[in-house]
Design a protein around this ligand. Structure first.
Ligand SMILES: [Zn+2]
Length: 197
């Protein structure tokens, strides 16, 4: 089925093909065989982007092949959005900003407002009193730069890949999550919860 899908895309002269979850070795081998023909976008279930690269190398058994074939891996983690109608602004303590890694120039952060029977006549109409509504993805990226390629080809661990990504200042879940907190899209509390779970 995968080969058929790739072939159809190639016949249609598409530049990209999207292949769902890569879990089996056979699927991965078929994808790698096609990688010179077209750009393939695929999915893999893993804890984060660095772990996905490690997993792909283990599935293949040939890390050097993965280092050559993969251009980059995006990770996404969902986080709850604050309700725009009832979120509560507060002025963060500069010490707290420093501790969590937020810029000192951030003067307002937001927290959720939970329905309180004693103070509120009725729950918020938008979120029903939970303080959050909907979710948004935090993104991270492991890009196959020359430095990353050399490391992955040697069969590096997820921790080593992560360290290299940090060194090369690639987007991380933490950076992207902090950006969402600074923008007021989510709360610091929710970000901490997402990292605990
Ligand atoms: Zn609300």
């Amino acid at each position: 089925m995968l080969n058929a899908a790739v072939k159809t895309k190639a016949d249609q002269r598409c530049e990209n093909a999207h292949i769902e979850n890569v879990s089996a070795h056979g699927k991965k081998a078929a994808i790698l065989k096609k990688q010179t023909d077209l750009a393939i976008i695929s999915e893999l279930t893993a804890k984060d982007a660095a772990s996905a690269v490690e997993k792909l190398c283990k599935l293949s058994g040939k890390p050097a092949e993965i280092a050559e074939a993969v251009r980059g891996v995006f990770g996404q983690k969902l986080i709850r959005r604050l309700c725009e109608r009832c979120k509560q602004p507060y002025r963060p303590n500069p010490k707290l900003l420093k501790k969590v890694g937020l810029d000192e120039s951030v003067t307002t952060l937001y927290k959720h407002r939970k329905f309180n029977e004693e103070e509120d006549a009725r729950p918020c109409k938008v979120c029903g009193g939970g303080g959050y509504i909907g979710r948004i993805a935090m993104l991270e990226l492991v890009e196959m730069t020359e430095g990353m390629k050399a490391l992955v080809a040697k069969g590096a661990s997820a921790a080593d890949i992560k360290a290299q990504a940090r060194k090369e200042k690639m987007l991380s879940f933490k950076d992207d999550g902090l950006r969402l907190v600074a923008e007021g899209t989510t709360s610091l509390e929710e970000l901490q919860r997402a990292f605990r779970s």
